[in-house]
Design a protein around this ligand. Structure first.
Ligand code: PHE
Length: 346
């Protein structure tokens, strides 16, 4: 019996050195340590051996079992390590150096972002700073402080998304224009003020080719001593020529916004027909691009600016209209429907 155990041991250890992977090692384990292996049979039979053999056979069978189990564990570790190295090495092999590389799709800035940057750059060159403000706004900044109290008819100009608030809390909304930032900027600075404010605004309106419920505006505000309507005209004329070309003409006509006095709308001569009338300008020769005016004295008083000392002008323009005019885009909804066929053209 002891002889038999010695044979099993040398055979098992012999075979170990020929194993090349984990699957073969598993088969080896079943063969020498499994339930049906010779060793297991011998161990089971130890109890029925004559007393004088029992001790010696039992001891060396158990010792062999422990030895084989140790060999099994050690071989398992090395084979695992080798399998891992094989996979790594395979991955490093360059199979075909002439294969073309995989193209990396290049991203780009959204046309709106490009426009915001282009317009802000023009005003930065004219001495303005760029600031941003909250899209969720208090009624106070969006309306009240801009001379639009709760029952004022001018509220009808702005179809508003209201935010649900606790009863007793001040009314809150999605800003309908960037003008609330006029107040926020003046509240925390003293003149001179020269800022432009790009950002999203919201209107509770049905969408169509010229209306979106979310779009961008750029607000402008300049307040200082001795600022006059000529400054407003000069600044916006300069802006229009930088953006639309040196030969541009501008037209100012009276308009009404409760927070400016006087208020105007500015138009440029149509860049397609040059003023003779075409489809783009619907036959008028002019294209309206922004609203503006001299900051209302009541607005100045509200932020503790003395209207006897300080005057200023403000303007606001819808951003998407400009690339629409420039590139002949006929539907504003294209900007925000995430269609790469549209976006990748800019
Ligand atoms: N906030 C106005 C609008 O959205 C535009 C405007 C801004 C007019 C500043 C005058 C001065 O219609």
């Amino acid at each position: 019996m002891l002889q038999k155990l010695a044979e099993i041991k040398s055979k098992a250890i012999d075979e170990l050195s020929n194993l090349s992977d984990l699957k073969e090692l598993e088969a080896w384990r079943v063969r020498y340590l499994g339930k049906k292996s010779e060793l297991t049979q011998i161990l089971r039979g130890v109890a029925s051996l004559p007393l004088e053999q029992r001790k010696a056979v039992g001891a060396s069978a158990n010792e062999l079992k422990a030895t084989l189990e140790r060999h099994y564990r050690e071989n398992k570790d090395t084979l695992k390590e080798r399998a891992f190295q094989d996979v790594e090495a395979a991955a490093k092999v360059v199979k075909d150096v002439s294969l073309p590389g995989r193209p990396i799709p290049l991203g780009r800035l959204h046309p709106t972002t490009q426009m915001v940057r282009e317009i802000c750059d023009i005003f930065v060159a004219l001495g303005f700073q760029v600031v941003e403000g909250p899209e969720v706004e208090w009624d106070y900044y969006n309306f009240e402080a801009l001379n639009i109290p709760p029952d004022h008819p001018a509220r009808d100009m702005f179809a508003t998304f209201w935010i649900e608030t606790e009863s007793g809390q001040r009314p809150m909304l999605l800003r309908t224009h960037t003008s609330p930032m006029q107040i926020r900027v003046m509240e925390r600075t003293r003149p001179p003020v020269r800022v432009v404010v790009p950002g999203k605004v919201y209107r509770y309106e049905a969408t169509d080719a010229t209306h979106e419920s979310m779009f961008y505006q750029i607000e402008g505000l300049a307040v200082d001593e001795h600022i006059t309507f000529s400054d407003l005209k000069g600044t916006l004329y300069n802006f229009a020529r930088r953006l639309f070309g040196e030969e541009r003409q501008v037209r100012f006509r009276c308009d009404y916004f409760p927070f400016v006095e006087p208020g105007v709308e500015m138009a440029i001569d149509c860049m397609v027909c040059g003023g003779s009338g075409c489809r783009l300008c619907s036959g008028t020769g002019w294209i309206e691009i922004l609203g503006a005016g001299m900051v209302h004295p009541d607005v100045l008083r509200r932020v503790d600016y003395d209207p006897e000392v300080y005057t200023g002008f403000a303007f606001g323009l819808g951003l998407e209209r400009i690339p629409m005019l420039r590139y002949g885009i006929d539907d504003i909804r294209l900007f925000y429907s995430n269609d790469l066929r549209f976006l990748s053209q800019f």
